[in-house]
Write a protein that binds this ligand. Structure first.
Ligand code: NAD
Length: 358
Protein backbone atom coordinates (compact mmCIF):
# COMPACT_ATOMS: atom_id res chain seq x y z
CA UNK A 1 0.00 0.00 0.00
CA UNK A 2 1.49 3.31 -1.13
CA UNK A 3 1.24 6.15 1.41
CA UNK A 4 1.43 9.56 -0.28
CA UNK A 5 2.91 12.42 1.73
CA UNK A 6 2.82 16.02 0.45
CA UNK A 7 5.96 17.80 1.61
CA UNK A 8 5.71 21.60 1.90
CA UNK A 9 9.00 22.87 3.34
CA UNK A 10 8.23 26.60 2.93
CA UNK A 11 10.58 29.38 3.99
CA UNK A 12 13.44 30.17 6.36
CA UNK A 13 14.57 27.10 8.28
CA UNK A 14 11.70 25.10 6.73
CA UNK A 15 13.80 23.42 4.00
CA UNK A 16 16.67 22.70 6.44
CA UNK A 17 14.55 20.95 9.06
CA UNK A 18 12.36 19.28 6.40
CA UNK A 19 15.48 17.72 4.92
CA UNK A 20 16.14 16.17 8.35
CA UNK A 21 12.55 14.87 8.71
CA UNK A 22 12.65 13.32 5.22
CA UNK A 23 15.90 11.51 6.00
CA UNK A 24 14.25 10.08 9.11
CA UNK A 25 11.08 9.06 7.26
CA UNK A 26 13.15 7.39 4.52
CA UNK A 27 15.08 5.44 7.15
CA UNK A 28 11.83 4.32 8.81
CA UNK A 29 10.42 3.39 5.39
CA UNK A 30 13.51 1.28 4.67
CA UNK A 31 13.40 -0.42 8.05
CA UNK A 32 9.67 -1.16 8.25
CA UNK A 33 8.96 -1.46 4.47
CA UNK A 34 6.16 1.12 4.37
CA UNK A 35 6.13 2.39 0.75
CA UNK A 36 6.06 6.12 1.37
CA UNK A 37 5.77 8.35 -1.68
CA UNK A 38 6.93 11.94 -1.16
CA UNK A 39 5.70 14.80 -3.37
CA UNK A 40 7.43 18.09 -2.66
CA UNK A 41 5.67 21.39 -3.41
CA UNK A 42 6.33 25.09 -2.91
CA UNK A 43 4.39 27.22 -0.42
CA UNK A 44 4.74 30.68 1.14
CA UNK A 45 7.45 33.07 -0.01
CA UNK A 46 9.25 30.25 -1.83
CA UNK A 47 6.12 29.65 -3.97
CA UNK A 48 5.62 33.38 -4.53
CA UNK A 49 9.05 33.67 -6.15
CA UNK A 50 8.12 31.11 -8.79
CA UNK A 51 4.35 31.48 -9.22
CA UNK A 52 3.55 34.96 -7.79
CA UNK A 53 1.19 33.12 -5.43
CA UNK A 54 1.73 31.88 -1.87
CA UNK A 55 -0.43 28.77 -2.35
CA UNK A 56 -0.32 27.95 -6.08
CA UNK A 57 -2.64 25.57 -7.91
CA UNK A 58 0.11 22.99 -8.34
CA UNK A 59 0.61 22.82 -4.57
CA UNK A 60 -3.16 22.54 -3.98
CA UNK A 61 -3.29 19.61 -6.39
CA UNK A 62 -0.41 17.78 -4.70
CA UNK A 63 -2.09 18.29 -1.29
CA UNK A 64 -5.46 17.05 -2.53
CA UNK A 65 -3.85 13.92 -3.96
CA UNK A 66 -1.95 13.11 -0.76
CA UNK A 67 -2.82 11.04 2.31
CA UNK A 68 -1.18 13.52 4.70
CA UNK A 69 0.75 16.79 4.63
CA UNK A 70 4.10 17.45 6.25
CA UNK A 71 4.50 21.21 6.54
CA UNK A 72 7.61 23.25 7.43
CA UNK A 73 6.94 26.94 8.05
CA UNK A 74 6.25 30.09 6.08
CA UNK A 75 7.04 33.77 6.45
CA UNK A 76 9.95 36.15 6.19
CA UNK A 77 11.95 38.49 8.42
CA UNK A 78 10.25 41.56 9.88
CA UNK A 79 12.74 43.78 8.03
CA UNK A 80 11.27 42.50 4.73
CA UNK A 81 7.60 42.70 5.77
CA UNK A 82 6.97 45.49 3.21
CA UNK A 83 7.93 43.25 0.25
CA UNK A 84 5.13 41.82 -1.88
CA UNK A 85 6.65 38.38 -1.44
CA UNK A 86 5.75 38.40 2.27
CA UNK A 87 2.53 40.42 2.26
CA UNK A 88 -0.32 38.12 3.34
CA UNK A 89 2.08 35.17 3.16
CA UNK A 90 0.77 33.28 6.21
CA UNK A 91 -2.93 33.99 5.63
CA UNK A 92 -2.67 33.03 1.94
CA UNK A 93 -0.79 29.80 2.60
CA UNK A 94 -0.99 28.02 5.95
CA UNK A 95 -4.23 29.64 7.09
CA UNK A 96 -5.83 29.03 3.68
CA UNK A 97 -4.66 25.44 3.77
CA UNK A 98 -6.09 24.87 7.27
CA UNK A 99 -9.41 26.34 6.15
CA UNK A 100 -9.55 24.42 2.85
CA UNK A 101 -8.94 21.16 4.67
CA UNK A 102 -11.52 21.86 7.39
CA UNK A 103 -9.01 21.17 10.15
CA UNK A 104 -10.88 21.33 13.46
CA UNK A 105 -8.58 19.59 15.94
CA UNK A 106 -5.15 20.86 16.82
CA UNK A 107 -2.96 18.51 18.85
CA UNK A 108 0.13 19.87 20.49
CA UNK A 109 2.31 17.53 22.54
CA UNK A 110 4.42 19.39 25.10
CA UNK A 111 7.29 17.30 26.34
CA UNK A 112 10.02 18.34 28.76
CA UNK A 113 12.83 15.81 28.71
CA UNK A 114 14.52 15.46 32.13
CA UNK A 115 17.88 15.64 30.29
CA UNK A 116 16.96 19.14 29.09
CA UNK A 117 15.70 20.46 32.43
CA UNK A 118 18.48 23.10 32.41
CA UNK A 119 16.87 24.97 29.50
CA UNK A 120 13.32 24.91 30.87
CA UNK A 121 12.14 28.12 32.53
CA UNK A 122 10.60 26.11 35.38
CA UNK A 123 12.37 24.53 38.34
CA UNK A 124 13.94 21.07 38.08
CA UNK A 125 11.85 19.77 41.01
CA UNK A 126 8.64 20.74 39.15
CA UNK A 127 9.82 18.85 36.06
CA UNK A 128 10.56 15.73 38.11
CA UNK A 129 10.67 12.69 35.85
CA UNK A 130 9.58 14.81 32.89
CA UNK A 131 6.46 16.49 31.54
CA UNK A 132 4.29 15.01 28.81
CA UNK A 133 1.09 16.93 28.05
CA UNK A 134 -1.06 16.77 24.94
CA UNK A 135 -3.17 19.87 24.35
CA UNK A 136 -6.18 19.20 22.13
CA UNK A 137 -7.56 22.52 20.92
CA UNK A 138 -10.79 23.02 18.98
CA UNK A 139 -9.83 25.04 15.90
CA UNK A 140 -12.95 25.85 13.90
CA UNK A 141 -15.40 27.50 16.33
CA UNK A 142 -15.53 29.93 19.27
CA UNK A 143 -15.00 33.68 19.42
CA UNK A 144 -12.64 33.80 16.42
CA UNK A 145 -15.39 32.75 14.03
CA UNK A 146 -18.43 34.58 15.44
CA UNK A 147 -19.52 38.05 14.40
CA UNK A 148 -17.06 40.86 15.26
CA UNK A 149 -18.62 44.31 15.59
CA UNK A 150 -17.47 47.78 16.48
CA UNK A 151 -20.06 50.51 16.83
CA UNK A 152 -20.85 53.73 18.58
CA UNK A 153 -23.70 54.29 21.03
CA UNK A 154 -24.39 57.65 22.68
CA UNK A 155 -20.95 58.91 21.65
CA UNK A 156 -19.18 55.91 23.22
CA UNK A 157 -17.23 53.34 21.15
CA UNK A 158 -18.22 49.69 21.65
CA UNK A 159 -16.93 46.39 20.38
CA UNK A 160 -18.42 42.90 20.60
CA UNK A 161 -17.20 39.45 19.55
CA UNK A 162 -19.63 36.57 19.43
CA UNK A 163 -18.46 33.20 20.78
CA UNK A 164 -20.48 30.26 19.43
CA UNK A 165 -20.36 26.48 19.75
CA UNK A 166 -22.84 23.80 18.85
CA UNK A 167 -22.94 20.47 20.62
CA UNK A 168 -21.65 18.55 17.58
CA UNK A 169 -18.47 20.62 17.40
CA UNK A 170 -17.82 19.99 21.10
CA UNK A 171 -18.58 16.28 20.84
CA UNK A 172 -16.19 15.92 17.87
CA UNK A 173 -13.22 17.48 19.67
CA UNK A 174 -14.12 15.63 22.86
CA UNK A 175 -13.92 12.29 21.04
CA UNK A 176 -10.50 13.17 19.58
CA UNK A 177 -9.25 13.90 23.12
CA UNK A 178 -10.67 10.75 24.75
CA UNK A 179 -9.61 8.47 21.87
CA UNK A 180 -6.07 9.86 22.01
CA UNK A 181 -5.93 9.47 25.80
CA UNK A 182 -6.49 5.72 25.37
CA UNK A 183 -2.96 5.26 24.06
CA UNK A 184 -1.45 7.62 26.64
CA UNK A 185 -1.81 7.82 30.44
CA UNK A 186 -5.62 7.69 30.20
CA UNK A 187 -6.51 11.03 31.73
CA UNK A 188 -8.46 13.93 30.19
CA UNK A 189 -8.74 17.41 31.70
CA UNK A 190 -11.44 19.50 30.03
CA UNK A 191 -10.83 23.23 30.41
CA UNK A 192 -13.59 25.84 30.29
CA UNK A 193 -15.04 28.87 32.05
CA UNK A 194 -18.34 27.23 32.97
CA UNK A 195 -18.85 29.45 36.01
CA UNK A 196 -19.52 32.39 33.63
CA UNK A 197 -19.87 31.53 29.93
CA UNK A 198 -22.86 29.87 28.25
CA UNK A 199 -20.58 28.29 25.63
CA UNK A 200 -18.53 26.78 28.46
CA UNK A 201 -21.63 25.42 30.23
CA UNK A 202 -22.60 23.66 27.01
CA UNK A 203 -18.97 22.54 26.58
CA UNK A 204 -18.85 21.01 30.07
CA UNK A 205 -22.17 19.24 29.64
CA UNK A 206 -21.27 17.72 26.27
CA UNK A 207 -17.76 16.66 27.32
CA UNK A 208 -19.26 14.97 30.38
CA UNK A 209 -21.65 13.00 28.13
CA UNK A 210 -18.77 11.99 25.85
CA UNK A 211 -16.69 10.90 28.86
CA UNK A 212 -19.33 8.26 29.59
CA UNK A 213 -18.39 6.49 26.33
CA UNK A 214 -14.83 6.15 27.69
CA UNK A 215 -15.16 4.61 31.14
CA UNK A 216 -11.46 3.59 31.21
CA UNK A 217 -10.36 7.25 30.99
CA UNK A 218 -10.06 9.39 34.12
CA UNK A 219 -11.82 12.70 33.50
CA UNK A 220 -11.86 16.07 35.27
CA UNK A 221 -13.10 19.59 34.52
CA UNK A 222 -10.98 22.63 35.28
CA UNK A 223 -11.59 26.35 34.98
CA UNK A 224 -9.24 28.03 32.55
CA UNK A 225 -7.80 30.48 35.09
CA UNK A 226 -6.93 27.61 37.41
CA UNK A 227 -5.47 25.61 34.49
CA UNK A 228 -3.20 28.53 33.54
CA UNK A 229 -1.72 28.33 37.05
CA UNK A 230 -1.55 24.54 37.31
CA UNK A 231 0.17 24.14 33.93
CA UNK A 232 3.11 26.04 35.45
CA UNK A 233 2.85 24.79 39.06
CA UNK A 234 2.29 21.08 38.50
CA UNK A 235 2.51 20.38 34.76
CA UNK A 236 3.40 16.72 35.19
CA UNK A 237 -0.10 16.04 36.60
CA UNK A 238 -1.64 16.64 33.16
CA UNK A 239 -2.01 14.09 30.40
CA UNK A 240 -4.54 15.24 27.74
CA UNK A 241 -6.03 18.72 28.02
CA UNK A 242 -9.05 19.42 25.79
CA UNK A 243 -10.29 22.95 25.36
CA UNK A 244 -11.98 25.50 23.15
CA UNK A 245 -10.30 27.57 20.45
CA UNK A 246 -9.39 30.70 22.39
CA UNK A 247 -8.42 28.99 25.66
CA UNK A 248 -6.38 26.49 23.64
CA UNK A 249 -4.62 29.27 21.76
CA UNK A 250 -3.44 30.85 25.01
CA UNK A 251 -2.75 27.69 27.04
CA UNK A 252 -0.81 26.00 24.25
CA UNK A 253 1.49 28.99 23.82
CA UNK A 254 2.04 29.17 27.59
CA UNK A 255 2.81 25.45 27.71
CA UNK A 256 5.08 25.68 24.64
CA UNK A 257 7.68 27.58 26.65
CA UNK A 258 8.06 24.76 29.19
CA UNK A 259 10.45 22.67 27.03
CA UNK A 260 12.79 25.66 26.61
CA UNK A 261 12.97 25.96 22.80
CA UNK A 262 10.44 26.31 19.99
CA UNK A 263 12.58 23.84 18.09
CA UNK A 264 11.23 21.00 20.25
CA UNK A 265 7.44 21.11 19.82
CA UNK A 266 5.57 19.47 16.94
CA UNK A 267 1.86 19.74 16.16
CA UNK A 268 -0.87 17.94 14.27
CA UNK A 269 -4.14 19.32 12.89
CA UNK A 270 -6.89 16.92 11.83
CA UNK A 271 -10.18 17.17 10.00
CA UNK A 272 -13.35 15.13 10.42
CA UNK A 273 -12.02 12.38 8.13
CA UNK A 274 -8.79 12.40 10.21
CA UNK A 275 -6.82 13.84 7.29
CA UNK A 276 -3.88 15.60 8.90
CA UNK A 277 -1.41 18.43 8.51
CA UNK A 278 1.74 18.18 10.62
CA UNK A 279 4.09 21.05 11.39
CA UNK A 280 6.46 22.46 14.01
CA UNK A 281 4.85 24.89 16.48
CA UNK A 282 7.44 27.57 15.72
CA UNK A 283 7.83 29.73 12.64
CA UNK A 284 10.43 30.10 9.90
CA UNK A 285 13.10 31.53 12.26
CA UNK A 286 14.65 33.94 9.72
CA UNK A 287 17.26 34.94 12.34
CA UNK A 288 19.01 31.57 12.00
CA UNK A 289 17.89 30.45 8.51
CA UNK A 290 20.53 29.31 6.05
CA UNK A 291 23.15 28.65 8.73
CA UNK A 292 22.49 24.94 9.17
CA UNK A 293 22.01 25.29 12.94
CA UNK A 294 18.22 24.98 13.32
CA UNK A 295 16.89 22.33 15.65
CA UNK A 296 15.17 19.65 13.52
CA UNK A 297 13.40 17.94 16.45
CA UNK A 298 10.00 19.66 16.05
CA UNK A 299 9.91 18.75 12.35
CA UNK A 300 11.08 15.17 12.96
CA UNK A 301 8.49 14.70 15.74
CA UNK A 302 5.83 16.16 13.42
CA UNK A 303 6.68 13.33 11.02
CA UNK A 304 6.21 10.86 13.90
CA UNK A 305 2.75 12.34 14.60
CA UNK A 306 1.92 11.92 10.90
CA UNK A 307 2.72 8.21 11.10
CA UNK A 308 0.61 7.84 14.26
CA UNK A 309 -2.49 9.85 13.36
CA UNK A 310 -2.71 9.58 9.57
CA UNK A 311 -1.36 6.07 9.03
CA UNK A 312 -1.96 4.37 12.39
CA UNK A 313 1.72 3.37 12.46
CA UNK A 314 2.21 3.49 16.24
CA UNK A 315 5.32 1.30 16.45
CA UNK A 316 7.02 3.28 13.69
CA UNK A 317 6.07 6.62 15.30
CA UNK A 318 7.50 5.40 18.59
CA UNK A 319 10.73 4.37 16.85
CA UNK A 320 11.21 8.01 15.77
CA UNK A 321 10.31 9.44 19.19
CA UNK A 322 12.61 6.97 20.87
CA UNK A 323 15.48 7.83 18.48
CA UNK A 324 15.08 11.54 19.25
CA UNK A 325 15.07 10.77 22.97
CA UNK A 326 18.19 8.62 22.67
CA UNK A 327 20.02 11.33 20.75
CA UNK A 328 19.21 13.81 23.55
CA UNK A 329 20.08 11.31 26.28
CA UNK A 330 23.38 10.73 24.45
CA UNK A 331 24.13 14.47 24.86
CA UNK A 332 23.49 15.50 21.24
CA UNK A 333 22.49 19.18 21.24
CA UNK A 334 21.71 21.88 18.71
CA UNK A 335 22.60 25.41 19.68
CA UNK A 336 19.15 26.34 21.02
CA UNK A 337 19.14 23.48 23.55
CA UNK A 338 22.82 23.51 24.55
CA UNK A 339 23.85 25.08 27.83
CA UNK A 340 27.27 26.42 28.77
CA UNK A 341 29.94 23.78 28.45
CA UNK A 342 27.95 21.69 25.94
CA UNK A 343 29.05 21.75 22.31
CA UNK A 344 26.37 22.22 19.67
CA UNK A 345 25.90 20.12 16.54
CA UNK A 346 24.68 21.36 13.19
CA UNK A 347 21.19 20.38 11.96
CA UNK A 348 22.73 17.67 9.74
CA UNK A 349 24.98 16.29 12.50
CA UNK A 350 22.10 16.13 14.97
CA UNK A 351 19.97 14.36 12.36
CA UNK A 352 22.72 11.77 11.88
CA UNK A 353 22.60 11.07 15.63
CA UNK A 354 18.84 10.48 15.42
CA UNK A 355 19.27 8.26 12.35
CA UNK A 356 21.87 6.18 14.16
CA UNK A 357 19.18 5.15 16.69
CA UNK A 358 16.60 3.98 14.13
P1 NAD B 1 9.80 31.90 15.11
O1 NAD B 1 9.12 30.76 15.76
O2 NAD B 1 10.16 31.71 13.69
O3 NAD B 1 11.14 32.24 15.93
C1 NAD B 1 11.14 32.63 17.31
C2 NAD B 1 12.51 32.28 17.93
O4 NAD B 1 12.61 30.86 18.06
C3 NAD B 1 13.68 32.72 17.04
O5 NAD B 1 14.73 33.19 17.83
C4 NAD B 1 14.08 31.44 16.34
O6 NAD B 1 15.44 31.40 15.97
C5 NAD B 1 13.74 30.38 17.36
N1 NAD B 1 13.40 29.10 16.73
C6 NAD B 1 12.23 28.75 16.13
N2 NAD B 1 12.32 27.51 15.62
C7 NAD B 1 13.57 27.08 15.90
C8 NAD B 1 14.28 25.88 15.61
N3 NAD B 1 13.71 24.87 14.95
N4 NAD B 1 15.57 25.76 16.03
C9 NAD B 1 16.15 26.76 16.73
N5 NAD B 1 15.54 27.92 17.03
C10 NAD B 1 14.26 28.07 16.61
O7 NAD B 1 8.86 33.16 15.32
P2 NAD B 1 8.99 34.64 14.72
O8 NAD B 1 10.43 35.06 14.70
O9 NAD B 1 8.02 35.42 15.48
O10 NAD B 1 8.46 34.53 13.22
C11 NAD B 1 9.30 34.37 12.08
C12 NAD B 1 8.46 34.20 10.84
O11 NAD B 1 7.73 32.97 10.95
C13 NAD B 1 7.40 35.29 10.66
O12 NAD B 1 7.34 35.63 9.31
C14 NAD B 1 6.13 34.65 11.15
O13 NAD B 1 5.01 35.21 10.53
C15 NAD B 1 6.36 33.21 10.70
N6 NAD B 1 5.56 32.19 11.42
C16 NAD B 1 5.10 31.16 10.67
C17 NAD B 1 4.40 30.14 11.28
C18 NAD B 1 3.92 28.98 10.42
O14 NAD B 1 4.45 28.78 9.34
N7 NAD B 1 2.96 28.20 10.87
C19 NAD B 1 4.18 30.15 12.66
C20 NAD B 1 4.70 31.20 13.41
C21 NAD B 1 5.40 32.23 12.78
Amino acid sequence: MIRRIAVLAGDGIGPEVMDAALKVLRRVDERFKLSFEFKEALIGGAAFEKYSAHFPEETRKICSESDAILFGSVGGPISEAHLEKWRGCESNSILALRKALGLFANLRPIKVYPELRAISPIKGEVIGEGIDILIVRELAGDIYFGEHRTFEKSGCRYATDLAEYDENQIAAIGRVAFETARSRRKKVTSVDKANVLATSKLWRGVIKEISQEFSEIEYEDMLVDNCAMQIIRRPSDFDVIVTSNMFGDILSDAAAVLPGSLGLTPSASLNAERFGLYEPSGGSAPDIAGRGVANPIAQILSAALLLRFSFGLEKEALSIEDAVYRAIAGSARTVDIAVEGESALSTAEFTDKVLSHI
